[in-house]
Design a protein around this ligand. Structure first.
Ligand SMILES: Nc1ncnc2c1ncn2[C@@H]1O[C@H](COP(=O)(O)OP(=O)(O)OP(=O)(O)O)[C@@H](O)[C@H]1O
Length: 241
């Protein structure tokens, strides 16, 4: 469903992800885990078609991918209400700038209710707590109805109740046969909930069943790789050699 072939991703000349090869099977539920700066967000954006490969390739459906960005990266000063944000999910699916149909509006209202925000339709997003805003973004994913869902740190800075509720949606998407990939830092949660893991430290340290991928030896290797990084390192020249 999503195949990475010798994928290298750069920011300018700086390498963020090197030579990653592997695939996310259709219907799989995979965590991407790794130290800060390991290239996890960059990789998600590349899968979503928002970051062009510096080398190698990403084979993924160009339609039908929904990306949840890190909540802190979303500008909430924008004067829109919760329903507007959820409606963006329809536009992402059916094309921008056309009128929202009554049935779609009804689905947006239902999606807000499904994430526990019944009656929040007209609330400005700037007035929400972080947890409530993350619920709104999950409601948008519900209306987007995509077969591939990419989540960038979906549970960061959330309380236990909110994580519990949003995790139930992730399990539901997996049960519906969607392909779900989530960047996560909570190893205990990954071990409990995610059957597959890609352990990334700019290179893929391990990719497969979670217990094997997150073995103590692999985690130590990822940490040692991170300690050796130089942020001003030039782009990798392995392919040019
Ligand atoms: N827009 C950008 N311009 C320049 N460098 C960037 C940009 N975005 C990310 N980087 C760099 O690319 C590397 C990988 O960043 P990325 O955000 O993908 O890592 P991450 O694994 O998601 O990190 P974290 O766990 O801290 O969110 C880092 O060195 C980062 O500083």
């Amino acid at each position: 469903m999503i195949r990475l072939d010798n994928l290298t991703l750069t920011h300018g000349r700086r390498a963020a992800v090197h030579h990653v090869t592997g695939e996310f099977a259709s219907g799989s539920l995979t965590a991407i885990v790794g130290p800060n700066g390991a290239g996890k967000s960059t990789l998600l954006r590349a899968i979503a078609g928002l970051h062009r490969p510096g080398g190698g390739s990403v084979a993924a459906p160009r339609q039908g991918i929904a990306l949840l960005p890190q909540v802190a990266a979303v500008d909430r000063a924008f004067p829109v209400c919760c329903l507007d944000v959820v409606q963006f999910g329809h536009w992402a699916r059916a094309g921008a700038f056309r009128a929202i149909r009554p049935a779609e509006r009804a689905r947006s209202v239902q999606a807000l209710a499904a994430v526990g925000l019944e009656g929040f339709e007209r609330r400005p997003v700037g007035s929400l707590s972080v947890g409530q805003f993350q619920r709104v973004l999950f409601a948008r994913l519900l209306v987007q109805d995509a077969p591939v869902i990419l989540l960038d740190e979906p549970f960061n800075a959330l309380d236990a109740r909110t994580i519990h509720d949003l995790l139930a949606l992730v399990r539901r998407w997996h049960g519906e046969g969607r392909t779900v990939v989530a960047v996560l830092h909570d190893i205990a949660l990954v071990e409990r909930e995610f059957p597959e893991t890609l352990l990334l430290a700019r290179e893929a340290i391990a990719w497969g069943p979670t217990a094997e991928a997150l073995s103590p030896a692999n985690r130590l290797r990822a940490r040692m790789m991170a300690e050796a990084w130089m942020d001003d390192a030039e782009a990798c020249t392995r392919d040019a050699a």
